[in-house]
Structure formats: structure tokens, C-alpha cells
Write a protein that binds this ligand. Structure first.
Ligand SMILES: Cc1ncc(COP(=O)(O)O)c(C=O)c1O
Length: 418
């Protein structure tokens, strides 16, 4: 952990947080009589005025269904919707727009792959590998698939500090492995996994690799060509965008071979009662009217991140994490969960003898928003032998002053019981 703190300090890049905070209206309020300190960013981030304005503008000026209309509003809505696709393509450096599919979130994107890739490529006796630190949305779809196809789910162990056991991973890989699906950055621990190395290892066995980028898209560089991942999934709402929008990136050759996920309008080329032919990519996987307004507004969230650059954002957030850790570690009864060398800005911990939910409630009374519980990672919590944790996760608009308040509140809370 100490190496990691030093590296961050050396490379620190400043951003103007005061200015950034002006863009987030929700931050400027009191909660329970205290200024809001919002540290629940791994669950969902707040939205800048630019995103909110885009939503309002869309409904006031452009609202129309896309792709099929002959009128002006329909073309404007279509153009704006498709512009976001181009922005996503650039954001993740996808080779083409056709490889960017809109879903309603990370969860739906993983289910799409489990269902469609699963139907085409997973057979009895095949193996799928996930890890101990996966979110339920990267566990349950694979369990359901394995049940349907009589395939086998294998789980990579981790070390106590929350790092992936790469040697154990190497031993799990074999010619039976058809897919590896692993989180880029853990929502419960903050661990950043050596995803590039893990992808190469999987490819050596001809296995495909899905990266769950839900917690990395807003914080770390994610370049699908540099990673050479087969699939990448993430959610707009965790990167300053609206809820109800997610992205599935998939390599074109795979997406072309995969059967449709849902049937309906938009995803067809021609429908006859005898036989239906399907639309080309990406529309083959976008059945029905999509979440147009939120996709349009998502473009503003991407621009927002691009305006500052992920290197500066990550540097700021890492400095906040290091600051918070250095302070909190001195608190009596403070037990950090997840101390990997490389982390996104997630501080997961428990206070000895106090239930995490109680800590969360007491922090809320001071206007401090954290998440408590299993964070949709029950197998991980079981592995640590705990019920849950308190999780403070930082974003671009958080400040050291807010962390001071977190620290002071935790000191007060811990003194009650320790
Ligand atoms: C690592 C990870 N994967 C998947 C998800 C699911 O994302 P969503 O609820 O947006 O579908 C989350 C959400 O917390 C997450 O943190």
C-alpha cells in the first residue's frame, strides 16, 4: 500500500475541483442539516448540468422515435442518438461504430453475451471462468448459462489484499475454457486487475474474454484495441451519464456470428411469417425503441470526462483515496477490506464491533453518503467471512475537506464502541 501512495504523489496532476463542483447541482444541498458529501459514486455518480440540460433539450425540442421517421424531428433524434455511438467508439477506441451496442446497463450487456454468445459457442463440458471478486451481474448470467448448456463455471481465487491470484488463473485455463469474464476494477475492493495480461493468457487457449468495465470506464483508460478484449461492458450512470444506458462492445467477427438476443422492431431486415432476416450490426442487437433521450444525454457525460481527461481524473481520485486511507488507518477499529497495490478510488472498510449499516446510518446523519452491505458481491464477502463493508467511493468532484468530515465522523462513531 505504501508504494502505491508514493507513486500517486509523484505523478499527481491537478484539476480545478471547485470549478467542477459548480457543474453538479445536486452537490449543493444540505442533507440532515449538513452539507452533502457524496461518496457513493461506485453505485452511481451524480450528473453534471450539461447532461441534465441535454435531457431537457431533447424532450423540449427533438423528441421523436429514431431510425424510421421521414420528418425533421426524427432525423434530429436519430442523428443525436447515433452521435453518441460515435463518441463511445472514440471513447473506447473501438475499430468501428457497428461494434458499439446500446443496452440498458452493464447487467443487460452481460446477459446479452451470456444468452447470445452462450447459445452459439457454449456446449456441454465447456468451461467459463470468472473470479471471486465479481459483481452478481457477472456471476448469475454465467450460472444460468452453465445450467442451460451443462457447462462448468470455474472461479479464480484472490489473495487477502484483494489481488487476483494469477498463478491459480493460469492453472484454471485449458482448451476447455471458452470464455473468461472478469471485472476490470472491483466495485467492492477497488482492485484494478491486470486485465491485459489475463486477456493474453486466455487467448493463448483460444478462449474469449469479457471485461466488466462498470467501475473502470469513468476512471481508467479503456482501449479495446490495446486490451484486445473480445467484449467490454459498462454503464453510463457510473460515468456521470443517465441511468438506463449501457454499452456492449464486441469484436465484429463475434457479433456477426452471434444470434440475436431479443426479437422485435429495429433488429430485423425483413419479416415474413415463414422466415425473418435480421438487421446488420449494431441494430441486430437493439430490438425495440431504445432509451433515446438518455443515450443522447450520455454524449455529454463522455464529453465531460474527455474535457478533463482520465489521467487527470484518475490522478485526483487516487490522491483522494491515498489521503482517506492515510487518515482512516489511524482510527481505532478501522479494518480496510481490499488493499491491492493498484486500485480505483474505492475505500471499503469495517469498524470493529459496529455493523456496517449502522456506520452508514450514522454517517448519513452527518450528511455523508456511503454505501453499506455486500455491494452485490456476496461470494466475495463470504470469502472474507464478513457480512458486508462500508464503502466510500470517490469521484472527480470530491474534495479532501469532505474526506476530513468522513474521518472526523468515523472517529466519533468508532469511539462509541471501541
Ligand atoms: C463491477 C460491476 N459490474 C456490474 C455492475 C452492474 O451495473 P448496472 O447495475 O449498471 O447494470 C456494477 C454495478 O454496481 C458493478 O459495479
Amino acid at each position: 500500500m505504501s508504494d502505491w501512495v508514493e507513486v500517486i504523489d509523484k505523478n499527481r496532476k491537478e484539476i480545478d475541483v471547485k470549478q467542477i463542483r459548480k457543474d453538479f447541482p445536486v452537490l449543493h444541498q444540505e442533507v440532515n442539516g449538513k452539507p452533502l458529501a457524496y461518496f457513493d459514486n461506485a453505485a452511481t455518480t451524480q450528473k453534471p448540468a450539461q447532461v441534465i440540460a441535454a435531457l431537457e433539450h431533447y424532450y423540449k425540442k427533438d423528441n421523436s422515435n429514431i431510425h424510421r421517421g421521414a420528418h425533421t424531428l426524427a432525423s434530429r433524434a436519430t442523428e443525436n442518438f447515433e452521435n453518441t455511438r460515435s463518441s463511445v467508439k472514440e471513447f473506447i477506441n473501438a475499430p468501428s461504430r457497428e461494434e458499439v451496442i446500446f443496452t440498458k446497463g452493464t447487467t443487460e450487456a452481460i446477459n446479452l453475451v451470456a444468452s447470445s454468445f452462450g447459445e452459439r459457442y457454449i456446449h456441454e463440458g465447456d468451461e467459463i471462468i470468472i473470479s471471486t471478486m465479481e459483481h452478481h451481474s457477472n456471476i448469475v448470467p454465467w450460472q444460468l448459462l452453465c445450467e442451460r448448456r451443462k457447462a462448468i463455471l470455474k472461479v479464480i481465487p484472490i489473495f487477502k489484499n484483494g489481488e487476483m491470484d494469477l498463478e491459480a488463473y493460469k492453472k484454471l485455463l485449458s482448451s476447455k475454457t471458452k470464455l473468461v469474464s472478469v471485472v476490470h476494477a472491483s466495485n467492492a475492493l477497488g482492485t484494478v486487475n491486470p486485465i491485459r495480461e489475463m486477456i493474453d493468457l486466455a487467448h493463448n487457449f483460444g478462449a474469449r474474454f469479457l471485461v466488466d468495465g462498470a467501475q473502470s470506464a469513468a476512471h481508467l483508460p479503456v482501449d479495446v484495441q490495446a486490451l484486445d478484449c473480445d467484449f467490454l461492458v459498462f454503464s453510463a450512470h457510473k460515468m456521470y451519464g443517465p441511468t438506463g444506458v449501457g454499452v456492449l462492445y464486441g469484436k465484429r467477427s463475434l457479433l456477426e456470428e452471434m444470434p440475436p438476443y431479443q426479437g422485435g422492431g429495429e433488429m430485423i431486415s425483413e419479416v415474413r411469417f415463414e422466415k425473418t432476416s435480421f438487421n446488420e450490426l449494431p441494430y441486430k442487437f437493439e430490438a425495440g425503441t431504445p432509451n433515446i433521450a438518455d443515450v443522447v444525454a450520455f454524449d455529454q457525460a463522455i464529453s465531460y470526462i474527455n474535457r478533463y481527461g482520465k489521467d487527470k481524473i484518475h490522478s485526483h481520485e487516487s490522491a483522494l483515496l491515498a489521503y482517506a486511507f492515510q487518515k482512516c488507518v489511524s482510527i481505532r477499529g478501522f479494518e480496510p477490506i481490499g488493499t491491492a497495490n493498484e486500485k480505483v478510488s474505492v475505500l471499503s472498510f469495517n469498524l470493529k464491533n459496529i455493523h456496517p449499516f449502522d456506520v452508514g446510518m450514522m454517517l448519513d446523519a452527518s450528511g455523508i453518503a456511503v454505501r453499506t452491505g455486500h455491494h452485490c458481491t456476496q461470494p466475495l464477502m463470504n470469502w472474507y467471512g464478513i457480512e458486508g463493508t462500508v464503502r466510500a467511493s470517490f469521484a472527480v468532484y470530491n474534495t479532501t475537506e469532505e474526506i476530513d468530515r468522513l474521518y472526523e465522523s468515523l472517529v466519533r462513531i468508532s469511539k462509541r464502541k471501541n
